[in-house]
Design a binder for this molecule. Sequence first.
Ligand code: TYD
Length: 202
Amino acid sequence: MKQWIVFEGGEGSGKTTLMAALEEHLVSRGMDVLCTREPGGVPIAEAIRRIILDPQNKELDPIAEALLFAASRRQHLVEKVLPALKEGKMVLMDRFVDSSLAYQGHAREIGLDEVRRINALATQGHMPDVVFLLDIEPIKGLERIRADRDSLNRLDLETMRFHEKVREGYHLLARENPNMIVLNAQKSVEELLHEILETLFP
Ligand code: TYD
């Protein structure tokens, strides 16, 4: 059974809505579910995350950024995710290591192997059973978030070229990872949920 499920995708790809729909479905089947995202209400991880996303921190070095994401990830994993998995809960997670690989490794050009190394220490081999990549053209995703939010964070404000590279990075990862399932984020929530359930309960 697939117990640990991660959602990945660019800005405005609809992860949050889809995760909420999946959570509702799983709970209605009587499953015990933890739905979380880094930093996930873990205070130390949240403090780290505030530094990363603060639009004033323009001088944040790319490698420092990758290390901070990995530190936040580690704390959330140890304090929240691993205990939930141990209790037998199903864990739905909004973003994990592949975000760092696509954003920091590929788009910021630190290199996939470099970011993999940093994250190997942070995760110590704990990896999700399946990753759903919600694939969308950056222009369409950004239109969605501009319509929904009144403020944009430091990463939303990157150039269109950056968001295109994020998408390219995700595609590279999907090509080499059989556990990463690419979904067309422009489909309806119902259709996407159906595809996800087919993968989880074949
Ligand atoms: P957030 O507002 O939580 O974005 P979203 O709702 O799109 O998930 O901001 C998280 C931002 O951080 C988002 O732009 C993706 C980026 N990010 C990385 O660059 N590396 C990472 O490892 C993670 C987890 C997120």
